[in-house]
Structure formats: C-alpha cells, structure tokens
Design a protein. Structure first.
Length: 110
C-alpha cells in the first residue's frame, strides 16, 4: 500500500477508530513515526528556525489540501513535533498514515 499516493477521506465521526493491530502493520510504511495509544508522532530537528518554518508551511498547505490536520508544536527554535490522530473518532484512521507518508515525502524533498 502506497499511502503517499492516496487521498484522505473526510471523517465526521461515526467511524470506528483503527485497531492497534492494524496500526502496527502500517507503521513500517511511515518511517520515523512512533505509535502511541491513539496517535502517531514524529520529532524533527532543522538547521535553523527559517527551515523549520518553511517546512511547517509546506505541511500546512498539505493539511489544507487533504482536509486532515496534524498537531504541530515548534520549540527550541529549530525543533518540531508532529502528532496525527483523527480527532472526530478519538483515535487513528487510515488518514493519519496517509498524512504521515505525505509529510515524509515533503521532508525528503526539503
């Protein structure tokens, strides 16, 4: 499954969150991300603040296009934490893995 080629599907709730067994199967497809109970996350470090902001803006553009938004924390002027979960269902969905794969693709191009 190539998540970076897929599109996020709108989720307004009423869908069951992904089982942990399925999430564990998907984790090898999103290198650099860590699985916790109800989300996946990734820590990044950039050369400087400007590069961190440029990357943040690219992720924001992607999130708007996909209609699926990560939680983004920027700290220590060049560090970032990204967290993905599907808020409407209180856990993980395939959309989170699609976004993680697409964020990884942006990162490789940076």
């Amino acid at each position: 499954m190539k998540f970076e080629r897929m599109r996020c599907k709108p989720c307004e709730g009423g869908v069951k969150k992904m089982q942990m067994s399925a999430a564990r199967r998907y984790m090898p497809m999103v290198e650099g991300w860590k699985l916790t109970r109800d989300k996946i996350s990734r820590e990044l470090k950039f050369k400087d603040f400007k590069k961190a902001m440029k990357f943040t803006n690219k992720v924001a553009t992607l999130a708007e296009r996909e209609g699926h938004h990560p939680d983004i924390s920027i700290y220590d002027w060049n560090r970032m934490r990204l967290e993905l979960s599907t808020h409407a269902i209180g856990g993980l969905s395939q959309n989170d893995f699609i976004m993680a794969a697409k964020i990884n693709k942006i990162l490789k191009g940076s």
